[in-house]
Design a binder for this molecule. Structure first.
Ligand SMILES: NC(=O)c1ccc[n+]([C@@H]2O[C@H](COP(=O)([O-])OP(=O)(O)OC[C@H]3O[C@@H](n4cnc5c(N)ncnc54)[C@H](OP(=O)(O)O)[C@@H]3O)[C@@H](O)[C@H]2O)c1
Length: 264
């Protein structure tokens, strides 16, 4: 069966490691021309070399997506280098595991800037061309922290909730435009996200899945045009349980945290 991504031009932020690097290699092997962006030049170069083995036209940009000008430059340079962008994967992001009692507003703002404002800015920059050509797809890597309100992650969960709601509203506004939207809800994927400094230790006991499994689920979901993609799929059940009875779900979460840490 021919690949649905053959010849597609795919721009992936946060392509230097983890899920973004895995997606870059996955899309390149599936026949797409891939553009990757992140800060670490050396790590991007390694990923790009592997992408070019199957997709020689692939390209990279070493940029700090916290800088609005850099986001705008990335949008226009990616269009020039790739000849356009058919699929945008808003994947770059940072964790923030910090108990609310130790959270400050500067931290909240910085998480919102990279996890929410930056991908919104990039999307708005690339959207007019997608709308003009009447086709395109934007996939947003949110997190199960958004629907589940993960304990000790208020800043992070809220940034991902903003991403999810923006993306869902975008899907409604653009329903008949030919531009599709996917919101991806990973659970725990085995990446460097859990070892980054300036975060509380990760204390969850959810089994992690390998990047390759997440990549397959995300690519299958995007190929199918799925609006919500849970990774793994069983997290959709938890989200539904919470939506059904928020009070009960949050009481259960608080009880779980107390039993594990002795803290509410
Ligand atoms: N792993 C999980 O269990 C999990 C669960 C739910 C959601 N997610 C989401 O999945 C996405 C990818 O995370 P990951 O798990 O693959 O972790 P990761 O390996 O740490 O990847 C994060 C990526 O974002 C990039 N990035 C961070 N800040 C940036 C900045 N200011 N400018 C440009 N790029 C930046 C990083 O590149 P540089 O450091 O090179 O800039 C890296 O490529 C994130 O949005 C994360 O919130 C992950």
């Amino acid at each position: 069966m021919p690949s649905p991504f053959e010849g597609k031009r795919v721009l992936i932020t946060g392509g230097s490691s983890g899920i973004g690097a895995g997606l870059a290699e996955g899309f390149a092997s599936a026949g797409a021309v891939v553009g990757i962006a992140a800060r670490r030049h050396d790590r991007l170069a390694g990923v790009l070399e592997r992408c070019r083995a199957t997709s020689p036209g692939s390209a990279m940009w070493a940029v700090d997506l916290n800088e609005p000008d850099a986001v705008d430059r990335l949008a226009s340079e990616a269009v020039d280098a790739l000849g356009g962008v058919d699929i945008l994967i808003n994947n770059a992001g940072i964790p923030k595991r910090r108990h609310l009692s130790r959270l400050d507003i500067t931290t909240v703002e910085s998480v919102m800037a990279i996890n929410y404002l930056s991908p919104v800015r990039l999307t708005l920059a690339l959207l007019p061309a997608m709308l003009e050509q009447g086709s395109g797809h934007v996939a947003w890597i949110s997190s199960v922290a958004a629907p589940l309100s993960s304990p000790g992650e208020a800043a992070y969960s809220a940034s991902k909730a903003a991403v999810s709601v923006f993306a869902e509203t975008m899907a409604v506004d653009l329903w008949d435009s030919g531009v599709g939207v996917s919101v991806v809800y990973p659970g725990v994927v085995d990446t460097e996200l859990f070892t980054l400094p300036d975060n509380d230790p990760f204390t969850g006991d959810v089994e992690s899945i390998p990047v390759a499994e997440a990549v397959t689920t995300i690519m299958d979901g995007v190929a199918a045009g799925a609006l919500s993609i849970y990774v793994p799929a069983y997290f959709a059940e938890f989200a539904a349980q919470k939506a059904q009875d928020v009070d009960r779900f949050l009481a259960g979460t608080a009880e779980y945290v107390r039993s594990r840490t002795g803290r509410g």
